[in-house]
Design a protein around this ligand. Sequence first.
Ligand code: HPA
Ligand code: ZN
Length: 332
Amino acid sequence: MIDLIKRLPKAELHLHIEGSLEPELMFRLAKKNQIEIPYKDIEDVRNAYNFTNLQTFLDIYYAGADVLITQDDFYDLTWEYILKCVEDNVIHTEIFFDPQTHTARGVAFETVITGIKRALADAKAQYGITSCIIMCFLRHLSQEEAFETLEQALPFKDDIIGVGLDSSELGNPPSKFKDVFKKAKEEGFKLVAHAGEEADFSYIYEALDLLDISRIDHGVQSIKSDELMQRLKDEQMPLTVCPNSNIELRVFDNYKAHNIKELLDYGLNITINSDDPAYFKGYINQNFINISENLPLTEDDIITLVKNSFRSSFISDELKQQYLDRVDQAVG
Ligand code: HPA
Ligand SMILES: [Zn+2]
C-alpha cells in the first residue's frame, strides 16, 4: 500500500503556502530579516505545535508568517514546498496564499505574488510540475477588507485562478462574504471556500447556495446531514479533505475516528491534501499513509482518491486526461 501511495502521481488541491514554512526556514528568515520569534531553537518550535483547535493553530501560523518579507522569501518558501512535491510525486498543485496576512504588515501584494509565481515557473521548467494560485480572504476580517484585497488582485488576475475563504471559521459564516464572492465571480475567478471544518454543516449549505463555490475545502461535517450528503453526491461536489490537519486540530480524536472512508463509500468526490504540512506533521504522502494504516481503505480507494484530485482540479480537460493516464500507467 505504501509503495502504491508513493508511486502514484498526485495532485494537491488544498495547501496553504504559508503553512509549508518549515521551522528551519522560519529561523533563517527571522535572522536575516531581524524579526523576533518567540522560540529559542527548532525543538522549541516543534514543541509549540500542540494545538487544541483551529484558532490555537492560526495564532501560531500567523506569527510564523511574520518572517516573510522580501520577494525572495516567498520564492524560497514556495521552492521548498516544490521540493516536497518532487519527493511525494505531486505533479500538479493548486496553492492558497493569504494576501492580507502580508499586506497588513506592509508587504506589498506584488512582492508576495511575484515571489510565489517565480518559484512555480521554475517548478514547471525544472520538474514539469504544473500549478495554479488561489488567494484566500481571511474570514475573521470584514467583507470590506476582502473587497480591498480583491481590488489589489485585479492587476494580477492572469496569475490567480480563484479565490477562497479561510481562517477562523466559527462565527464567520460564508454569508458574511456573499457580495465579494459575487464580484469575484463576475471578474472571472473560480470560487472555493473552507466550510464544515469545525463549524456545522449549515456553513456548507451557505457556501454552496450563497457563494456558489465549485469546491468545498474540508467539508467533513457534511456527514451530519443525510440531505446534504445526497446533494454532494448528486453534484459530485469535490471535498478537499486534510486528514493530518483534522487530527492535529482535534476535529477527530484520532485517525481511526476519521470519517473519510464513510464519505468515500457513500460516493462523495473526496480528495486528500496536506493543508499546512509544516505544522501538521507531514506532506501529502504522509496523509495518505496515516489514513491507510488506520482505516480499512483498499488500493482501489487510494487510486480513486488520487484520480478525484485530478478530476477536481482547475486544469484543462486535455491535461486532466493526460494526468489520469499517468495514474493508470503507474498502477500498472
Ligand atoms: O485549515 C485551515 N482552516 C482555516 N484556515 C486556515 N488557514 C490555514 N489553514 C487553515
Ligand atoms: Zn485549509
